[in-house]
Design a protein around this ligand. Structure first.
Ligand SMILES: [Zn+2]
Length: 259
């Protein structure tokens, strides 16, 4: 996979080549340089929001070598006092296990819920401490502090951590990459986004996650949402009827963690 460093080198070389050509060989139209800069900025935006492209940071967005027909369900932004228990109930009813990417300050507020998640056999993972809208503008040190503080809280609350981090909004950049690498975390993305926080229609959300379901899919949902427990219950019935299972061994294998 091409990294940011490679792209920067390629673009930089191309930019210098056009400047040299324009000044030494034949003048180029005035719009060439601003356009090059604009294209570079568009590329940076694309790279920041497209975790799967892995330009700044390699993220695990699916596990194609996962055990047979295993799907990884992930729930972001909790724990939530109302919806997390409902999600846990729906999971328990179908013997499904999931990863909860919790916000550090929410664990501080609802430690019993984090403990319940762990006690019911799910993974409590890291989704930053504050989930700030501005995390994409933080220095690497500040991002690292967010991640480290949440790791510490998870450790104190449930007695262990899994070194799994999901960047808020799925945004990555060189500073976030540096922080994740410095703390030896695994960055976990998704390959199926439900948009459950945006869409009011249960059916629409299900139509985003049900088609082409395959081994090792990582599905993004939120345990902060009124209709997600209903969506989950329906999805679990559908997936179960199609022979899919929801186990954590493949994600635990990332750290050679044993349960
Ligand atoms: Zn989030």
């Amino acid at each position: 996979m091409l990294t940011y460093k490679t792209f920067r080198y390629l673009f930089g070389s191309f930019f210098i080549a056009t400047v040299l050509y324009g000044s030494l060989v034949s003048p180029l139209p005035f719009w060439v340089y601003p356009m090059e800069i604009m294209l570079w900025m568009l590329f940076i935006i694309y790279a920041a929001f497209r975790m799967r492209a892995g330009i700044f940071l390699t993220s695990i967005c699916s596990l194609p070598n996962a055990s047979k027909k295993n799907i990884i369900l992930t729930f972001d932004d909790g724990p939530h006092p109302v919806y997390t228990p409902l999600i846990l109930e729906a999971l328990k009813a179908m013997h499904a296990k999931a990863v909860f990417f919790c916000i550090g300050k929410n664990i501080v507020q609802f430690p019993e819920l984090a403990k319940q998640i762990a006690a019911e056999g799910h993974i409590v993972a890291n989704h930053s401490y504050n989930h700030s809208n501005f995390i994409g503008m933080y220095a690497a040190k500040k991002v690292a502090e967010e991640i480290a503080a949440t790791e510490q809280i998870i450790q104190q609350t449930i007695g262990r951590t899994y070194k799994l981090y999901r960047p808020p909004f799925g945004v990555t950049n060189p500073n976030i990459a540096k922080a994740v690498q410095r703390l030896s975390m695994h960055s976990i993305g998704w390959n199926k986004r439900s948009f459950d926080t945006v869409s009011k229609s249960t059916e629409k959300v299900l139509n985003r996650i049900k088609p082409n379901l395959k081994n090792g899919d990582i599905i993004l949902l939120h345990d902060t949402n009124a209709h997600t427990p209903v969506i989950l219950a329906e999805f679990l019935l559908f997936a179960n009827a199609n022979g899919f299972i929801f186990e954590l061994n493949d994600i635990l294998d990332l750290n050679n963690l044993d349960e």
